[in-house]
Design a protein around this ligand. Structure first.
Ligand code: ARG
Length: 569
């Protein structure tokens, strides 16, 4: 059972007006372990109980000591300066160790049973490079999806590709003027970007090009087969390249319905908005005014009658509700798009859909590399492909120094190199801007992905070398002899709660940072407590169980944040 609930269950008997959950929410994990495993700051109760915190702590303490059962669960309960500190007993930790060690799925829960989420993430734009900015949406989104799945939710991941809009008119005109089939087949997205950039440069002197582009897109919307065939080809080339990246980082999608999928579904949105009298005309365009909500209007139809990003997003949301009947629809994009989401969520609410409240935008900060901001215009676009190639290469060099005889070196170098980049991305609160420094990302001893993967591999190697991994448990039960043993079990016990909190906050960094705590705690244990060389059989088996339990938590945790778990590094 969750530690907080365990303590709350006892306290409940002394605080009859409060629920177990309310009490659990007041409990804190003291930063200093000398203050116990859990603490109740009693000032939180002084208003309700009309007593000074030290007195409350004192009264609760004697009350708890009066209950016989507390003896089995707590080693000690003390009242210090208005805090009530709980020290969980070893007997209880042993039970926890048994539970974790035998459960491969440790950390999972069923909170989402019978519920569905749709999560829109990654969603790159066709014919534009997949750069490190897109990596964030992909890894944060994939991890949020994994966490929900681990919590029993049915999850529909949608790659809402940017595959429709006037930019395709430009690309078609550019291709017809300056492109060649061979060059594009050979160069892929790079070659497409090249002609797209050329279009922009040329259009500065020759504005008629823009009219041509508009006409080309209008023709596409009207079903012009020649243009549509080119567009389909651009989409295919781009997806092929995106999939290479996805396979490296283990991203997968249940749906690839991009913006074009909603082309024939926007008419309905427009008539509905019109019927509900929500549209106003503004300079020839049609908009939904949002002054009342302190937001600029949401543009629905441009003056030339074409739909835009927001129109397709409204159509997509309605489609998702009708087809998946989601309990929550989550969108993962950079914070730069926050207004767009706030606007169209509001429009959906104004249309009378009560489920507008179930739409959530999950924003994240920007990325810079070695301190330099990424911008397409200044040419500082760093391609993900290059980053992963460099990370893998650098990891391979480290492996060649540290462990030159390792089998499948290339495969491991890719798992660790790519994992380092992903972990770095996920290890800070998502809203914070990320600065990508190579030395930091790949440091095997720092707070990095390689460090966590390496600790997992260390656990695996201990278990592999042990002759009795299958039957770890001694007849007489586990025995805890060292402080470092208790400490790591206490850390492992937090995993289910971290999974739950990461889901509620839509914050994978909680898991990434927790895994660093597990590694620190495990490495202290590993340093203080010999495992395979331990003479006492019961102690040795207990320590093996700790290694096994740690490996489960690291494996499940790494998988949740999208890292691979090689057994040998
Ligand atoms: N393609 C967009 C971009 O790269 C992201 C799409 C996010 N999803 C959505 N439903 N709007 O900026």
């Amino acid at each position: 059972m969750n530690e907080k609930l365990l303590v709350a269950e006892f306290l409940m008997k002394l605080l009859p007006d409060m629920t177990k959950e309310d009490i659990a929410a007041m409990l804190e994990y003291p930063a200093d372990k000398k203050m116990g495993d859990l603490a109740l700051p009693c000032f939180k109760l002084s208003k309700i109980l009309r007593k000074a915190p030290p007195m409350i702590a004192q009264d609760l303490c004697s009350g708890l000591e009066g209950m016989g059962e507390t003896k089995d669960v707590f080693e000690k309960i003390e009242s210090v300066n208005g805090y009530l500190n709980f020290f969980i007993s070893k007997g209880n930790l042993v039970k926890d160790l048994e539970n974790i060690e035998k459960d491969e799925n440790y950390g999972a829960n069923e909170d989402g049973k019978g519920k569905t989420i749709v999560i829109d993430y990654s969603s790159p734009n066709i014919a534009k490079p997949f750069h490190i900015g897109h990596l964030r949406s992909t890894v944060i989104g994939q991890s949020i999806k994994n966490i929900h799945r681990f919590s029993g939710y049915e999850c529909i991941g949608v790659n809402h590709l940017g595959d429709w809009g006037t930019q395709f008119g430009k690309l078609i005109v550019a291709y017809k003027k300056w492109g060649s089939r061979e060059r594009i087949e050979e160069g892929g997205i790079d070659a497409l970007t090249e002609i797209y950039v050329k279009f922009h440069n040329e259009a500065e002197n020759d504005p008629a090009l823009n009219d041509e582009a508009r006409a080309a897109f209008t023709a596409m919307e009207a079903g012009d087969e020649e243009n549509l065939a080119l567009w389909r080809w651009f989409v295919e080339i781009s997806i092929k390249e995106f999939k290479k990246t996805y396979s490296l980082i283990g991203a997968d999608f249940e749906s690839w319905n991009g913006e074009s999928f909603y082309f024939d579904k926007t008419d309905r949105v427009i008539s509905e908005l019109r019927e509900k009298d929500l549209l106003s005309v503004d300079d020839g365009a049609e908009i939904v005014r949002l002054d009342e909500y302190d937001m600029p209007p949401c543009l629905i139809l441009k003056s030339d009658g074409s739909t835009i990003y927001a129109t397709r997003d409204i159509a997509a949301a309605i489609y998702r509700k009708e087809n998946y009947n989601f309990d929550k629809c989550i969108y993962v994009t950079s914070a730069g798009q926050s207004l767009h989401f706030a606007q169209f969520f509001k429009v959906i609410g104004m249309m009378g859909y009560e489920w507008a409240k179930d739409m959530v935008h999950v924003p994240f900060g920007t990325v810079s590399i070695e301190g330099a901001k990424l911008a397409t215009r200044t040419g500082n676009v760093v391609l993900l492909e290059d980053i992963f190639r460099i990370a893998t290469q650098k990891t391979l060099e480290i492996i060649n120094q540290k462990n030159p005889d390792l089998e499948n070196k290339e495969e491991v170098a890719s798992a660790v190199g790519v994992g380092a980049v992903v972990f770095h991305d996920l290890s800070n609160n998502r809203i914070k801007d990320v600065n990508f420094m190579w030395d930091e990302v790949l440091n095997f001893d720092g707070n990095t992905g390689p460090y966590v993967q390496y600790t997992y591999a260390r656990c695996c190697s201990v278990l592999e070398k042990s002759p009795m991994t299958l039957e770890i448990r001694p007849e007489s039960g586990y025995v805890l002899t060292e402080e470092a043993e208790s400490a790591i079990i206490k850390t492992l016990k937090l995993f289910p709660e971290k999974v739950r909190q990461a889901r509620l906050d839509l914050e994978p960094s909680l898991i990434a940072r927790y895994l660093l705590d597990v590694c620190a705690s495990f490495n202290r244990f590993y340093h203080d407590c010999p495992v395979l060389k331990c003479e006492d059989e019961n102690v040795r088996r207990t320590r093996l169980a700790i290694v096994k339990a740690t490996s489960t938590v690291l494996k499940n945790g790494l998988t949740l944040i999208g890292l691979k778990t090689p057994k040998n590094i």
